[in-house]
Design a protein around this ligand. Structure first.
Ligand SMILES: *[C@@H]1O[C@H](CO)[C@@H](O)[C@H](O)[C@H]1NC(C)=O
Ligand SMILES: *[C@@H]1O[C@H](CO)[C@@H](O)[C@H](O)[C@H]1NC(C)=O
Length: 376
């Protein structure tokens, strides 16, 4: 990643001398540029590490990119990313590149927009804002392509809970000492294989119960959080039950000292941005840690919302992602001094999120070109 800056600077120099579009404040970039892909990757990593719930998102393609060069040495990128859900829980803190994308029939896909600030010399990589919208692949289409594939189940269904209970009991009975209890069910599907089969994913927490206390024990640790993600299965055939379970533990559940564990958590392999010593007690208005930088919104299956006979309605945008820090066409100054080490003041100009695509080389190539997960 150390190669990134020379590339950025070279392409900047090339663009500035060409001065092709004097009216646009943006530099035209290709969605297949190595450095654009790297910036997209950092931005998504930052979005993932900001989440407390759900699964890690992976980059399927860069749909659109605009770079706005700042007066300092940095740039603000306006990115539109097509994303796919992976099998890693966000609490695992795994890099999206290390996570397996889900199979098409159980895929959840969508789009993220991010306003991302990068200043390589000062070692700053920071999402100023983001928003994502995701939906599951339409069930009707999956059933058409793969009638026997598992289909989603309601997480509160008794048989889902039975699969959770049975698989966790199996895990606990095989565990040498520590016992675990259910924290939350995160996913469930069912399928008919010689009988009903349920497949579940759930977060577990450490249980203070000992093995001998068994299922009668209902003790809870005071503030125990999830420590891992289990995938379990329960199939029934005649009167026989088949139970399977695998649990993966998160690497670090320990909160970072000081409790500021999300705002500056950049990509793992980059130099950490350090907190400046706050001299005054006034909070920095624009980059306050308390302010949410964005959210990941999950919408239902499109097919559930729009029955087939409602074709007369105007087409609604299936993946609406709104992201605007300002509506002022001249832009607005955002104070990012708190991202820098030491007493320096740095302001960025943030523009309304560009609506028009201005590069012919966008969208970039897709990693997964299955039409089911390809946004229109
Ligand atoms: C992110 O989306 C939500 C609604 O989904 C919206 O209220 C919010 O303003 C958006 N954030 C920005 C910075 O535009
Ligand atoms: C993207 O770039 C790679 C090499 O950098 C190239 O092999 C590939 O053909 C390009 N794809 C598109 C769609 O331009």
């Amino acid at each position: 990643m150390g190669l990134l800056l020379p590339l950025v600077l070279c392409s900047l120099a090339a663009c500035c001398t060409a001065s092709s579009e004097p009216l646009s404040p943006f530099l035209s970039r290709s969605c297949n540029d190595t450095d654009v892909l790297a910036v997209g990757s950092f931005a998504l990593q930052d979005i993932n590490s900001d989440q407390k719930e759900g699964y890690v998102l992976s980059l399927n393609r860069v749909r659109d990119v605009h770079e706005h060069r700042q007066a300092g040495l940095g740039s603000v990128f306006y990115l539109t990313l097509d994303v796919l859900q992976t099998e890693c829980h966000v609490l695992s803190k795994k890099a999206w590149k290390d996570c397996k994308v889900r199979m098409f029939h159980e895929q959840t896909y969508g789009q993220c927009k991010a306003i991302f600030y990068i200043n390589k010399p000062r070692r700053v990589l920071h999402s100023l804002a983001y928003n994502c919208t995701l939906r599951p692949v339409p069930r009707r289409k999956v059933q058409f392509m793969c009638p026997d594939c598992p289909s989603p189940s309601d997480l509160s269904e008794p048989r889902v809970l039975e699969a959770v209970t049975e698989s966790l009991a199996k895990y606990n009975s095989e565990s040498a000492s520590k016992q675990y209890s259910l924290f939350k069910v995160t996913r469930a599907t069912s399928q008919w294989v010689f009988g009903p089969s349920y497949f579940v994913e759930y977060l577990i927490q450490e249980s203070p119960c000992t093995k001998s206390q068994d299922s009668a024990c209902v003790l809870q640790l005071p503030d125990s959080g999830p420590v891992g993600l289990c995938t379990g299965g329960l199939s029934k055939m005649n009167l026989k039950k088949y139970v399977s379970v695998t649990c993966n533990f998160f690497e670090s559940q320990a909160p970072t000292p000081g409790g500021e564990n999300s705002a500056n958590q950049g990509p793992a392999n980059l130099p950490k941005v350090e907190e400046p010593q706050q001299q005054n007690t006034e909070p920095t208005h624009s980059l306050s840690k308390a302010v949410s930088r964005g959210s990941v919104q999950y919408l239902p299956d499109v097919g559930d919302e729009q029955p087939e006979d409602s074709q007369e309605k105007p087409p609604v945008e299936a993946f609406p992602v709104q992201l605007d820090l300002t509506t002022n066409p001249q832009g607005e100054a955002v104070d990012v001094s708190s991202l820098f080490l030491g007493p320096m003041s740095e302001k960025l100009v943030v523009l309304p999120f560009p609506k028009e695509q201005d590069s012919a080389e966008c969208p970039g190539p897709t990693k997964n070109a299955n039409p089911l997960v390809l946004l229109p």
